[in-house]
Design a protein around this ligand. Sequence first.
Ligand code: HEM
Length: 289
Amino acid sequence: MTNHDPDRSAAAVPPGKVSYGSYLKVPELLSLQSELSRPVHRDELLFIISHQVYELWFKQTLHELRGICDYIDQDRPLRAAQLFTRVHAIQHLLIDQLPLLETMFSVDFAKFRDHLRPASGFQSIQFRHLEFLAGYKNAKVLGLVGDDAAARKEMEDSLARPTVYDHLLKFLGRAGLAIPAEVLSRDTTQQYNGDDRVVAALLPVYRDIDSHYPIFRLCEHFLEFDERMSLWRFHHVKMVERMIGGLGGTGGSSGAKYLYSTLGNKLYPDLWAIRDHLGGTYGESAQST
Ligand code: HEM
């Protein structure tokens, strides 16, 4: 799914002949930026490279999230936590990269934007895999990948697979928390919208973190992942508004208006809801107002 074939990579570089350029395929990499504007607009290179770098980091993030699922399945929460630390650092980069693209003036973007139609971030297959694995399950996006039958099949499989949170819930069940059976056997093609019984099962962990530190730490990593996804979405839509105002997107959506509508999505509602129950005078009075 990631186009990563270690045997093929190894075969391409004969033993003892490895160099920086041949190992990293630098000539191939540098040949992959093809502007469409004529005459070429000087900012289009920045636009292309920014997106390509995102795709590379999406690939790495998917790799790490799959590793997190494996560690969770092996009941090794702290190794999963370590990989989450790496994922958060990547997410940090993804957010911090947006200001670089914002050094482009909207008036300059307007000069080459029409050449990109109907290409759009909507068609980022890796972003959809990432969303499905993370927990956004929206079958409607399957229609956005274009005519590529193989990509569509891959995405359908990906939509059906358990999310990283489903792996966590099973682990919590094995660890003795009272996770309801119907949550553990839920239909994983569908979005998980949270369950009060899961919040209740997690409460003892959050009220006594020292006794349950590996589980608590892992849960907090999930929350941080969710928060950073939202921060990226928020900064992306502000950038979109700054670049194209209220215009529709090249992918056919209403643009910033559509993107704003995605901001309220929560990946792991249980972990946000648990904050309402952590006690203390302030917490209790906040709930009653
Ligand atoms: C000038 C910069 C950018 C503009 C104006 C822009 C604009 C848009 C618009 C209008 C949409 C809505 C879909 C549509 O109708 O086309 C969208 C979606 C999207 N864009 Fe961008 N974008 C920019 C940069 C980026 C970058 C650097 C990435 C990194 C990969 C990115 C990734 C995405 C993704 C993944 C979506 C789908 C989001 C969703 O469906 O929730 N965009 N973008």
